[in-house]
Structures are given as C-alpha cells and as structure tokens.
Design a protein around this ligand. Structure first.
Ligand SMILES: [Zn+2]
Length: 310
C-alpha cells in the first residue's frame, strides 16, 4: 500500500514540498464505545450553585447583557467597568472577562451596530473553519476572523472524520455550513505542538481504550501510519510535527467522503484548504486541495496555491 507523503521532512523544516500526495484506501475506522469514568455530580452542582450565587450578588452581570442599551452613540458607563476583585474571598475570574466583553461592546459592537444588527438577522460566512480545541490557536485571534466571517468547529487535533464513522459534532457542523449556509471555503487548520496529534502518535494500538481522547484521535491513524513510513528515521518530536500536517491533508480528503461536499467541490462552488500555524516561530502555511488536478477515484490528490506567511 504505497503512498506519497505530502511533506518533505528535514531536520529544520517541514515545508510542504511535493505538489501531490496519495491517500491509501481506508479500512473501517469506525470508533464506537464510550466508557468514561463516573462524573462527579456533586462537584458540578457545587460549581453551578456558586455561579448562580455570583450572578445574584452581582446584578451588573445581568445588566450588561441587556439589548435595550444597544445604540451606536451610547457609552458604557464607567461604573459598569469597575471590576469585582474578589468573590467570597476567591479571585473573581470573570472580572477580566467582563471588562473584555464591555470593551468589545463599546469598541466594536456599538461602533458597527448596523453590521451587528444585520448579523442578528442571519449569517452568510464565506468560511467554515475546522481547528484544534487548543487554547493557543484560536483562528479568530491569529487570522482575524470577525463575527459573521467564519462558521467554526474546534475539536481535539482538528480532525475531520470520514463519512463512514457516522455522526459527530464536526460533520453536523459541516452539514449545516455546506448545505444551509453554502459556505464557499472549508479550511482545516493544524498547529505546532498539538497534544492531540501527540496522543495519536503515542498510541500503541487502535482498540477501544475507554479513553475519549484516544477513541477520537484514532480517526487520524492513516496520517500516523504514513508519517511513520515517511519519517521513520526522525525523532518522535519531528514525527509529531510531520503528522500535524499530514493529518490536515487526510482531513481534507475525508471531507470529500461526504457526497454533498464532493458535489459542490466538483461544481467549483466549494474550495478545500489546509493550513498550519506554527506558534513557536509564528508562521502560517496555507494550501488548497486541487480538486480538478486530483484523481479522487484513484486516491490521488494534488495541492495548489501554497503560501507561507512569516
Ligand atoms: Zn491541537
């Protein structure tokens, strides 16, 4: 089962260097069975009650949520910006978040109230983004997506499961974005130092482990095997960097297993892009699946419009 890796791997660089790659035929990758450890309900209840208590004792938290104050000229009163330093002797973690929200409201929402009122009636984003849940890689922060510009789903290791895996929140979001919102671009974004990819590369076997993480990241097992084949002589860390990009390409191909995505791509109504954010060096690579230049039935895929931003 030969495959051409999408990346050339050297010690210092993991830039994509070939213009085409091949994905080996899939065997069943269905992952079923969820056996988590018991939830600690009493802890959850305790947290909920504490949160409700803070709202009751801090009516400002409710006031700022009111839509009645939304005018483009109105200033947010200064007294509402005052922070609550402590709550029952504990630091109020929401104090800073409250400031950020009010700052957003004043400097963006109220400044562009017409735009946001339009968004309240509906959305027409040009992008659907699939990114990792990692707190360091928020696409809106690093690529500047503003409200209304990108429909987004974030999961562990930014993976797109193939159709055969059945329902997940990722393909539910894809279905809505493609069939209802008619987005024109699907954009899968990987990143450096990805814990999900590390978990994938660390797996000794692919049986149901009872771990939600392992049972999820096993979606990328073909990316792992092609990485191990292409980068066997490299260190584990370097293999992880390689797989972070390889898994993006496999996700791009998995997107085409959904007939409603494949059809729109074939009609030229939908473009499929990959991206890779290196937050160690702060660089970004972007590439596009060349649907017309690919031979989907034979599992040969080409990429085009590669760019490297540094
Ligand atoms: Zn990640």
């Amino acid at each position: 089962m030969a495959s051409l890796p999408p990346c050339s791997v050297s010690k210092d660089s993991f830039l994509l260097s070939s213009k085409s790659f091949m994905i080996p035929p899939r065997t069943s990758t269905r992952t079923t069975g969820i056996y988590g450890s018991p939830l600690k309900f009493e802890k959850i209840e305790d947290t909920r009650l504490r949160f409700l208590g803070s709202v009751k004792t801090n009516p400002a938290l409710r006031l700022e949520a009111s839509r009645e104050t939304l005018t483009s000229t109105q200033e947010v009163p200064i007294h509402k910006m005052e922070s609550v330093e402590e709550n029952d002797g504990r630091p109020d973690l929401f104090s800073d978040i409250k400031h950020r929200f009010l700052s957003f409201k004043r400097s963006k929402y109220l400044e562009k109230s017409d735009h946001f009122q339009k968004l309240a009636k509906g959305q027409a984003p040009k992008f659907m983004v699939i990114a990792c849940a990692d707190s360091r890689v928020c696409p809106s922060s690093i690529l500047g997506f503003e409200p209304g510009e990108a429909f987004m789903v974030r999961n562990v290791a930014n993976l797109v499961p193939p159709l055969e895996n059945g329902p997940s929140e990722t393909n539910a979001a894809l279905e809505f974005a493609v069939n209802s919102l008619k987005v024109e671009n699907l954009f899968v974004i990987g990143h450096s130092c990805c814990g999900g990819i590390r978990a994938l590369m660390s797996m000794q076997d692919e049986v149901d482990s009872g771990s939600f993480i392992r049972n999820w990241v096993v979606i990328g097992k073909h990316a792992r095997s092609s990485t191990q084949a292409a980068a066997a002589n490299l260190s584990f860390e370097q293999q992880c960097r390689h797989c972070e990009k390889e898994s993006v390409n496999h996700s791009l191909v998995n997107l085409l297993t959904y007939p409603w995505i494949e059809e729109r791509a074939r009609q030229g109504l939908l473009s499929i892009h990959g991206g890779y954010y290196d937050f160690v060096n702060c660089t970004f690579e972007k590439w596009t699946l060349d649907y017309k230049g690919s031979n989907v039935e034979n599992g040969k895929y080409a990429i085009k419009d590669r760019a490297f931003w540094s």
